[in-house]
Design a protein around this ligand. Structure first.
Ligand code: ADP
Length: 306
């Protein structure tokens, strides 16, 4: 199929449950081959939005296309052509790895199931686990099998909903390496995550809080647009200092990282005033780049419902 330049192109997507708006007029444009990170606190509507994109749920309002197909009228075709992976890997635990893959191949009605399964086993390095029960695999291998099932029918768009939750850092890194290889082949991915290291591996990001899209862009854009300035403070009495600094005007957040505090604020002059008394010889105050985590914490606090 011809994949359009904008693989996801939706506007005003809205959904309510029981009178409560959980996705509020969201726009999203994702280009071909892009890895697009989707972040935000639990309960913000990420899963609901992803399910609307892949044809599992109908929006109450909004319009647009996914893979060039209309999200309102062509949901069934979208469903066939995307690779969807949810946090619950949806594997059959009492089937072997090969049986799981064969089952998926049948579900998608693939013409040459055997060749497709062989190809994916080779690609994902699943060979030595072929006859193992899926339920007996480690978390990392389960996840790899889930990704294999998700890409077996060679979708051009992956919608991955917290695919790495609860998986160790090595397996998460392998997973992201795979996603980057796929992106290099022109596959587009929308991935929700809570992990900052994963957010940093995305080409672009969107941050949603309680249904509203609060920020989007590349990592540098988000950091710049946040307007936050950050300092580290090290020296004696950090525990008490953290509490005390948190109450000073100009300090929007304080967090301990090892032997220093990270102190951030949006009003740079006020922040410097707050830290002035710590330039006392006993403490060290240093300006450092603001991290993505600080930006997201700031967005989360400001986006919290009243
Ligand atoms: P996230 O993926 O960001 O954690 P969700 O999309 O899962 O957020 O949930 C957003 C809100 O919608 C939550 O308050 C959740 O309880 C509610 N919600 C999700 N699905 C349903 C449903 N089928 N029926 C009722 N409420 C739902």
């Amino acid at each position: 199929m011809d994949v359009p330049e904008l693989v996801i192109d939706v506007r005003g997507i809205t959904k309510s449950f029981g009178g409560k708006v959980v996705v509020n007029g969201l726009d999203m444009q994702v280009r071909r081959g892009e890895i697009y990170g989707f972040l935000g606190p639990n309960g913000s509507g990420k899963t609901t939005f992803i399910r609307m994109l892949c044809g599992l749920l109908r929006p109450d309002a909004g319009e647009g296309t996914c893979l060039g197909l209309d999200v309102l009228t062509e949901a069934a075709r979208i469903k066939e052509q995307v690779g969807y992976m949810s946090q619950r890997f949806s594997l059959y635990e009492d089937l072997t790895v090969l049986e799981n893959l064969d089952f998926t191949a049948r579900m998608y009605g693939l013409a040459d199931r055997r060749a497709a399964v062989e190809r994916i086993v080779e690609r994902m390095g699943l060979g030595r686990y072929g006859k193992h029960l899926a339920g007996k695999l480690s978390g990392g291998w389960k996840q790899r099998l889930a990704l294999a099932s998700c890409i077996l029918h060679e979708p051009r768009l992956l919608l991955l909903d917290e695919p790495t939750a609860g998986v160790d850092p090595g397996a998460r890194r392998d997973f992201w390496d795979q996603v980057h290889v796929l992106a290099g082949e022109g596959v587009t991915a929308l991935i929700s995550t809570h992990y900052m290291d994963e957010a940093e591996r995305c080409h672009r990001l969107a941050y949603i809080a309680y249904g509203d899209l609060l920020a989007r862009g590349g990592m540098e854009d988000l950091i710049r647009d946040s307007g936050l300035t950050t300092y580290t403070v090290s020296g004696p009495g950090l525990h008490e200092l953290a509490r005390e600094l948190g109450g000073r005007p100009g300090v929007d957040q304080v967090a301990a990282f090892g032997l220093s505090l990270h102190v951030s604020g949006r009003d740079q002059a006020a922040l410097e005033t707050a830290l002035a008394s710590l330039r006392d010889g006993a403490h060290t105050v240093e300006a450092v780049p603001t991290s993505l985590e600080e930006v997201f914490i700031d967005l989360m606090r400001r986006g919290r419902p009243q």
